[in-house]
Design a binder for this molecule. Structure first.
Ligand SMILES: O=C(CO)[C@H](O)[C@H](O)COP(=O)(O)O
Length: 251
């Protein structure tokens, strides 16, 4: 979003609904990405208007800089300790509120922060809602040491799950490798569909050079899906997604 342009109405609606959950004194995790950026701006505006005292842990350097520039109090996660609430975006949300994250390359910190939170709320537009995870390339953060070896081990793990033959592409920034805030690199797994996300997550986590994958399984408590008319649909983990509520959106 440029300084002069208005945020996407669906993202804004989701962000506002999530910020409405914030209470004075809360310890918050701030996500990364364009939707999370809209939320950070809304949060800063609300904190200033309502005089909220908040302590925030950011999931990326970019989010930390944005939040600080808007006057929010950003501290290292370990200085804050346990968080009340994390609000973050997602690349895909399935009917069980399992997620793919990491399109912005921040899923390692995002997962650590979400795991340190009483509640994780995801904000998204309807285009992120899917029947089954996997159309979005699955990001996997890997160590630079032994990078090609790790890629080979990932390909073998995919073959073992009948997912062989799909592209396992190194993420680039221009012609250089994309390097994460933690100094690692990213492989994007172009799988088209993930039949068994639990099995895949387990297999990827077992590979030594894999630092973290972008499958967030059982971590999201509530997804707030903003719609282009400014309304939202809230999806509790236990209730699943009512596709009718999103009819006509995200096509
Ligand atoms: O996981 C993320 C970053 O690592 C983002 O939350 C995800 O990519 C969604 O981003 P956006 O709101 O820009 O679509």
């Amino acid at each position: 979003m440029s300084l002069s342009s208005q945020p996407d109405p669906a993202k804004l609606a989701a962000a506002r609904a999530a910020v409405a959950l914030v209470e004075d004194g809360m310890k918050l995790g701030l996500g990364t990405g364009s939707t999370a950026s809209v939320m950070v701006r809304e949060l800063a505006a609300r904190a200033a208007a309502d005089g909220l005292k908040l302590r925030c842990a950011a999931t990326s350097q970019a989010t930390a800089e944005l939040a600080e520039s808007l006057g929010l109090n950003v501290e290292p996660l370990d200085q804050i300790g346990w968080l009340d609430l994390t609000i973050d975006g997602a690349d895909e949300v399935d009917p069980d509120l399992h997620l793919i994250k990491g399109g912005g390359g921040a899923h390692l910190r995002e997962k650590i922060v979400a795991a340190a939170s009483d509640r994780m709320v995801v904000i998204a537009d309807p285009g992120k809602v899917v029947d089954r995870l996997g159309a979005f390339p699955l990001p996997v953060e890997v160590l630079q040491f032994g990078f090609e070896t790790t890629r080979t081990l990932i390909r073998r793990a995919l073959q073992a799950q009948d997912l062989g033959g799909h592209d396992v592409m190194q993420r680039l920034k221009g012609s250089d490798p994309w390097v994460t805030d933690e100094g690692n690199v990213i492989l994007d797994l172009h799988l088209e569909a993930i039949p068994d996300a639990v099995a895949l997550a387990r297999a990827l986590s077992a590979i030594p050079g894999v630092v973290e994958h972008g499958l967030f399984l059982g971590m999201c408590d509530l997804a707030i899906i903003g719609k282009s008319d400014g309304t939202v649909v809230e999806l509790d983990r236990d209730e699943g997604i009512d596709a009718d509520l999103l009819a006509g959106e995200g096509d």
